[in-house]
Design a protein around this ligand. Structure first.
Ligand code: PMP
Length: 405
């Protein structure tokens, strides 16, 4: 089981006080806190191993390269990719989706159709709209089912035509917490010969991901949501796809030979890594994976599931509180509204009581439209959160409710 007190010692930020109260950090969906070992790894890299990667004959450059590549090997094993060639470093989920839309999407023709879902983050909508403006593709949308929590899988099946060329959906909704049946989504798409991108930003920190078991064609995620540094992300892609795709950006590192008439590309994964990467952040991400693996992904999932159950039970008992997102398979994300109170007001008052939640549309405006609301208050949990913090949240909501509603 999870020794939360021991884990919390790695996060000095959790001891901070705001307005005379110890911080209750419940904005983990936006970004997680960072354990000391990750910050130590960043600092060690800057202080002792800073030399540009892949270019150097010097021992220090080779050292930096090795530290970066160690992370790539670790990620490859962690998500069960077939080889390091399938693991590309990006700036984050957003860049990963943009890279696929722009590069894989290059082959799409006017009238080709892609399928997204109504619960997508803007990061999995706008890159496809940019592609639509360039290529004239058609965007189709899987609607929410009548439970307003899960995807309407019947409609999904019916959206396929002979023009469908891509499906791109989130593994876990950052607003509803819904864990989508991505294995089924992928297998339906594959039965039509259609590849699938999975936005795993909200899944990877909370459950074990096996890209081969899922049979995902692309899987993207961000380091900063999984206890790692900011500015680093991963784009997993099946080798056969990556090999068939043109580079996303041009520059140093991604070439084999440059002449003015003609340039050839470096082999995978470097073809998609133009310029100097954030090798400091990438190497420190390794420590974040160690942190999670030491606890165990299954234990993290169990601990968060317990917090979710406990918090849900307590919150539904609060008068005039409405939870949005009641899927049976749900990650520890709770969006709610309190009577007629504006989410921003609720969030601001909770902040004055030392609780960090997020308010607003959560970069999912189409989902807000589907729910007929402008925004929610969102409390989201990580492995260092406790039942005591849930109690503080619930008591604080009860305290602010009469002022707001
Ligand atoms: N997709 C989902 C589901 C997300 O929750 C987020 C971050 N809120 C993103 C994509 C974008 O991630 P990033 O900003 O790290 O690129």
């Amino acid at each position: 089981m999870v020794d939360v007190e021991k884990i919390r010692k790695e996060f000095p930020g959790l001891e901070r006080e705001f307005y005379g109260r110890r911080l209750v950090y419940l904005d983990n969906t936006a970004t997680s806190q960072t354990p000391r070992r990750v910050v130590d790894a960043i600092s060690d890299m800057y202080l002792n191993h800073k030399a540009n990667v892949h270019r150097g004959v010097s021992t220090i450059s080779q050292e930096a390269t090795e530290l970066q590549e160690e992370t790539r090997r670790k990620i490859t094993a962690w998500i069960n990719a077939s080889s390091i060639e399938e693991v590309i470093f990006t700036r984050g989920t957003t860049e990963g989706i943009n890279a696929v839309a722009s590069s894989f999407g290059e082959r799409f023709k006017e009238g080709d159709e892609i399928i997204l879902s109504e619960m997508e983050h803007h990061a999995n909508i706008v890159p496809w709209q940019l592609l639509r403006a360039r290529k004239g593709i058609v965007i189709k949308v899987i609607p929410l089912a009548s439970d307003k929590s899960t995807l309407d899988m019947e409609t999904y099946r019916r959206l396929f035509t002979e023009r469908t060329v891509m499906v791109s959906v989130c593994h876990v909704s950052n607003v509803l917490g819904t864990i989508n049946p991505v294995e089924e989504i992928i297998s339906i798409a594959h039965s039509h010969g259609v590849p699938v991108l999975i936005d795993g930003a909200q899944a990877v920190p909370h459950m074990r991901i096996d890209v081969r078991k899922l049979d995902a064609d692309f899987y993207v995620f961000s380091s900063h949501k999984m206890y790692g540094p900011c500015g680093v992300g991963i784009l997993y892609g099946k080798k056969e796809h990556l090999e068939s795709m043109p580079p996303y950006q041009g520059g140093g590192e991604m070439i084999e030979k440059v002449t003015f008439p003609h340039t050839t590309w470096a082999s995978l994964p470097f073809k998609f890594e133009a310029g100097t990467p954030d090798f400091v952040g990438i190497s420190a991400l390794s420590a974040a994976i160690d942190f999670m693996e030491e606890i165990g992904m299954e234990n993290i999932a169990d601990h968060e599931e317990e917090l979710l159950q406990y918090a849900t039970e307590k919150l539904i008992a609060v008068p005039r509180l409405r939870i949005l997102g009641e899927a049976r398979h749900k990650s520890a994300v709770i969006s709610f509204l309190l009577g007629n109170a504006h989410p921003y007001d609720t969030g601001m008052l909770l902040d004055k009581l030392g609780i960090a939640v997020r308010t607003g549309h959560h970069c999912a405006q189409p989902l807000m439209s589907a729910l007929g609301i402008e925004g929610t208050v969102r409390a989201s949990f990580a492995v260092y959160n406790t039942r005591e913090e849930v109690d503080i949240l619930v008591n604080s909501i009860k305290r602010v409710a009469p002022i707001l509603d």
